[in-house]
Design a protein around this ligand. Structure first.
Ligand code: SF4
Ligand code: SF4
Length: 135
């Protein structure tokens, strides 16, 4: 039996001040050998960098995992420095500060929108280590 867990199936946890799903998609992806989590707290894959949208399928069958990837993030700190609200200044990102700034209603269009992904854009691996501007 398999159960799909979509990306947007998460709730705000008042105890930890973090968004929580029943499974961490990023950690599941890392454990499945798809990539590694960078300083900006996003998954970085060798092929597509952080330009990925994750989903998880929980299965009762035993499946063979791919090998874990070597860490891709080089700790260049560019993502930390570019964040307009310093949400990444501590080792554990401040999700509340990020979400308050980066997501929500657009007053003009009255639609939900993503207003910031500077940490993703500036990462040298945002299009994958194969396309990195750091060689
Ligand atoms: S999305 Fe924007 S606000 Fe959030 S951590 Fe990245 S740079 Fe900072
Ligand atoms: S910008 Fe630098 S420190 Fe941040 S995730 Fe990318 S490689 Fe890591």
């Amino acid at each position: 039996m398999c159960v799909p867990i979509p990306t947007n199936d998460s709730e705000w946890d008042v105890k930890t001040n973090r968004w929580r799903s029943i499974v961490s998609q990023k950690h599941a992806a890392q454990a499945a050998g798809l990539g590694t989590i960078g300083r900006h707290s996003l998954l970085i894959t060798p092929e597509f960098g952080s330009m990925v949208w994750l989903g998880t399928v929980l299965c009762s069958e035993e499946l063979e995992a791919d090998e874990l990837k070597e860490p891709i993030c080089n700790n260049c700190n560019l993502c930390v420095e570019v964040c307009p609200v310093n949400a990444l200044e501590n080792p554990v990102m401040n999700q509340q500060v990020c979400w308050d700034y980066a997501f929500g209603e657009d007053n003009e269009t009255q639609t939900w929108r993503i207003a910031c992904h500077k940490c993703r854009d500036i990462c040298p691996y945002n299009l994958g280590s194969e396309n990195s501007f750091i060689k």
